[in-house]
Design a protein around this ligand. Structure first.
Ligand code: HEC
Ligand code: HEC
Ligand code: HEC
Length: 376
């Protein structure tokens, strides 16, 4: 080996040989326990790998490492594919083969336990309290319509007309409940598995920044994901009452998230201020987006328009493209119309501009090294 490294081998050959070695030698050097949490596995499978977030997800502790590694690789490649694997597939690009082997080796050392979900579904008393608070809220808001989304699972207003958002339902219930800060912290812990304890998500766009988002927007998105009106298989289990609790818990966690200070160093597009692309993006923003997302991307809490300033470029680009192309089903139809004619380049330029709008100082964490003191 050292002889090989000392001779002038072509770079390609060297990478190839190192690549081969990495899955055998390096896997043993990797810390499987650390990777298990770093790569979000614990959020679905539980810290001990056998208390999954929802019943029906497997216990993965104490099985043979060969079996485990093969299952993970098959789920990653798509060779094992069913309705449930979709949730896990959404994070599989985060792990290499060597990392999978290291995690599998770690899991095989844990004591085997049959999987058992820890249900956070509200108790009868909590459910009754929720209902009472909700009907008070509903009469205060004099909501006359029932909520067809929850009644039928479809987004129609009863006349056959497709609507962006219907009145009432869980979303409005949650908005009217008084949030419990401590429970918000507790519920957010599982979310932090992917969105991080700071709620900052990842600049590579895998996980959006949630910190600082309007509570109303967070509630709408969670309710949409829960009612399968926004397709998000990876997030879906975490929007279920079984995982986070009932409407009160939804109010608690979203109120908490909306107050976390934002990442001062979000992922940005490639064009710095002053470049023609930046300027063109700014113009596109002013002509097409201000009326809903505001002068500085601050959104509008009352109208459920998201805050987009300070969000990661790659996440926004993906959402924008899905909204343009009709893949994000809960998208606002007026936004879809507004951006229909956008080319891919227009899209990149306007999102580049948005990613470079700095949120006001009072919304930002003091530095990019800030750690959330609620979790230490
Ligand atoms: C978003 C939720 C989610 C995340 C995150 C997740 N998994 Fe899974 N995992 C699942 C689900 C659901 C299944 C069951 C799939 C099925 O029904 O075929 C599963 C199945 C598995 C299995 C197969 C178990 C068996 O007995 O066949 C293994 C092993 C596994 N996961 C390991 C991991 C590892 C390692 C990670 C992190 C790199 C991870 N999972 C991340 C949801 C998730
Ligand atoms: C296993 C990983 C994972 C966990 C755990 C997780 N999420 Fe997510 N979440 C995602 C992904 C991935 C997306 C983006 C999906 C997309 O691109 O549409 C997302 C998107 C969201 C969005 C939409 C954001 C927006 O800007 O529209 C909200 C709100 C959200 N998550 C809240 C939560 C909450 C609250 C929890 C905990 C109860 C949670 N998430 C737990 C992976 C996760
Ligand atoms: C008619 C109002 C409207 C206009 C105009 C509009 N948007 Fe939106 N936008 C929305 C709403 C509402 C949502 C959330 C959709 C939903 O309910 O899921 C959204 C979502 C988004 C998202 C995803 C945010 C997230 O956190 O997931 C991005 C990015 C975005 N808009 C960018 C833009 C840009 C850039 C423009 C201009 C080119 C624009 N929008 C024009 C109303 C609008």
């Amino acid at each position: 080996m050292s002889k090989l490294l000392n001779t002038a081998v072509p770079a390609v050959l060297m990478t190839a040989s190192l690549g081969m070695v990495s899955s055998t030698v390096f896997a043993a050097d990797l810390d499987g326990a650390k990777l298990f949490t770093e790569k979000t596995c614990h959020s679905c499978h539980g810290k001990d790998a056998s208390t999954p977030v929802v019943a029906g997800y497997p216990s993965i502790a104490g099985q043979a490492k060969e079996y485990l590694a093969q299952q993970i690789k098959d789920i990653k490649s798509g060779a094992r594919s069913n309705g449930q694997t979709a949730a896990m597939k959404g994070v599989m690009h985060l792990v290499s083969d060597a990392e999978i082997d290291a995690i599998a080796a770690y899991l095989s050392t844990l004591p085997y336990k049959p999987g058992r979900a820890v249900s956070k579904a509200p108790t009868k008393e909590q459910a009754a309290a929720n209902t009472a608070a909700a009907s008070a809220a509903a009469s205060a808001a004099s909501t006359t319509r029932t909520d067809p989304v929850h009644a039928s699972g479809k987004l129609h207003d009863g006349t056959g007309e497709k609507v962006w958002m219907v009145k009432g339902g869980e979303r409005e219930e949650a908005l009217h409940l008084k949030p419990d800060h401590d429970n918000g912290i507790e519920v957010f812990e599982v979310c932090a598995g992917c969105h991080l304890t700071e709620g900052w998500g990842k600049p590579d766009g895998t996980f959006p920044q949630l910190a600082g988002q309007h509570q109303s927007v967070l509630i709408k998105q969670l309710a949409d994901i829960r009612s399968k009106n926004r397709d998000n298989p990876t997030m879906y289990p975490f929007a279920l009452p079984e995982a986070i609790g009932g409407t009160q818990a939804m109010a608690d966690v979203t109120a908490y998230i909306s107050k976390i200070p934002m990442n001062p160093d979000n992922g940005k597009g490639e064009w710095a201020e002053g470049t023609p692309e930046y300027e063109q993006g700014k113009k596109l923003y002013h002509d097409n987006c201000i009326k809903c997302h505001g002068e500085n991307g601050e959104g509008n809490a009352e109208k459920f328009y998201p805050l987009i300033q300070g969000q990661h470029y790659k996440y926004m680009l993906r959402q924008f493209e899905w909204i343009r192309d009709g893949k994000r089903r809960n998208a606002n139809p007026d936004m879809v119309k507004q951006i229909k004619g956008f080319s891919d380049k227009d899209m990149q330029m306007v999102i580049n501009y948005v990613s470079r709008i700095k949120p006001p100082k009072e919304k930002l964490a003091p530095s990019k090294d800030w750690l959330n003191p609620d979790y230490d």
